[in-house]
Design a protein around this ligand. Sequence first.
Ligand code: ATP
Ligand code: MG
Length: 619
Amino acid sequence: MKLSQQQAAAVEHLGSPALVVAGAGSGKTRTLTARFARLMERNVDSRRILAITFTNKAAGEMKTRLMQMTGCLDTDFPWVRTYHSACYTILKKHCTKLGYRMPLEIFSSYHQQKTIKEIALAQNIDKKHAPAILSEISRAKNSGNVNKYLDALPLITRSRTEGIYREYERILKEKNALDFDNILCLTRDLLRDHPEVQAEYREKFQHILVDEYQDTNNLQEEITRLLLGHENLFCVGDDWQAVYGFRGSNVSHFLSFPEKYPNARIFRLEQNYRSADEIVQLANGVIGFNESRMDKHCFSEKKGAVIETRTFFNEFEEAEWVARKIRTEFRTGVDYEDMVVMYRTKALSLWFEKALRQLQIPYQMVGSKGFFERKEILDLNCYLLAAAFPSDDVAFERIVNTPKRGIGPSMITKIAQARVGLMSFQQSARIMVKERVLTKKVHEGLTAIFELLDAIKEMPPALAIQEILDRTGYLGYLEGYCKTPDEYNTRKDQVDELLHTASLKETLHDYLEDVNLIREDKDDDDGGGKGVHLSTVHASKGLEYQMAFIVGLEEQLFPHWRSMESDHELEEERRLMYVAVTRAESHLYVTSASSRRKKRAKKSRFFYELDEAMDELGI
Ligand SMILES: Nc1ncnc2c1ncn2[C@@H]1O[C@H](COP(=O)(O)OP(=O)(O)OP(=O)(O)O)[C@@H](O)[C@H]1O
Ligand SMILES: [Mg+2]
């Protein structure tokens, strides 16, 4: 792999922690990957290098790259992972030390929300607060110090959040379950409180490499420090691209690297190898509107970008223009996979999906956490969960009357009331079936469910799903549920997709583990699909495309209304804009609509800033 002098210097550096600070497209990820391969040449065992990526997709790409470079196999790189995935592997091995047992269940966001709502109900708190409370809890955990975080909340929010938090954690523990944040929390506890475990991993990981370091949160930082038994830490990042502050990431870890590691070497890369210089300069112009930022010089030797800003009458015209443009460019030889349509919020994707479909242009959604949250996918996965984890009340409650079997809410209450001690819904229902205390219809319905759950428990996941479909007549039910044949076809396609995903795993537990780790990885896609990418800006991080469309550039949308109150948040939005612009290699189109959902829409301040920067650059 070709490297510049600066990149090579970073790759070769040994003997102290190192940080590569550089703008987008300057080859940070490439440098990190090259360093991995170089360490192998120096006889470091690839299994003893921990390389942290931001998404599962990025981990996959890095592994593929490494395989090409070294001729090794996928399995030779077991520790090229996201924080969550690496921590989960550590936890699985040692969870008994924390009072858990295998198999662990990972709570999906559906499970989290249901559980929080129920607790809120029991504590007389309006369940409409549940989502806010859940994200507060999540931020508290990722802050690294829950109590301190809660203490700093306004009194009312605090008492409400704290009460729910404690009960929520109790339930998780009782169910031997984790949520996504607990994967990190518990790994930290494990490493902190169990010196022998810490020693094991300190000895194991001879080198630690971290990509996208600017978006590390406190907990991840703490885990990294606990794992680091030496000075072989290599981080790369760009403070201009810190865009996860809203989720508790803390760019100060990045900025204070030199203080934390006084003997650290700082490397800077200035040349952008991705984009044409006009795009690089435009991106610099955009970020220039932010007050707080490190200074960086970025340039590119490539010239001749196409940059265009456009405003349309409404969202339909905007989407139609984008779709037509995509078709025209495709005809001139640009592959669909080299094009991306980026938006600030996922809700915007609809219009573009529709316009692309109309022109029969293939597309794929990047970062659509939607898949595992779709009704049909949740239904089927909850069957699998209920089979694998009889204590999972959320899953059992969802499937017990889906498809309808005459087991309505009052019956569910009855089952719930019959529980004693730590008994789960499912256990309670099983006892009622055994004791024959139910009406004929309910008895038969439950019996059928239990026969099904018992049958699929040991099956490979794809077979298990097929069995569920066959025995419950699920597709017939789904057809009745859908309002149009079109909707049914889409949902049916998702079920096929699920069968395919499931067929890649051998055991039910492997499958569920994977689903839950990926499901929560909000920036993942199903990988390898064909077509134009549709993506949130967040999910586009680290990726590159010949041609990029940034759409919906209107006030309230981008910057997002929730982030318009403080300068601090507004700057994060502007960094997001910087991320978006720097995805483009040679073509950049930026669009807005004057009216959206029949309401007047105001052009985004970023739109004007872009125009201003373009004027200055004479583009
Ligand atoms: N020395 C080089 N010579 C040629 N191409 C390079 C070189 N370094 C990087 N590239 C290419 O430039 C592009 C951007 O590199 P990379 O994705 O590693 O940048 P990055 O700094 O990680 O970007 P981002 O900040 O967006 O994550 C890639 O296509 C990469 O292969
Ligand atoms: Mg990168």
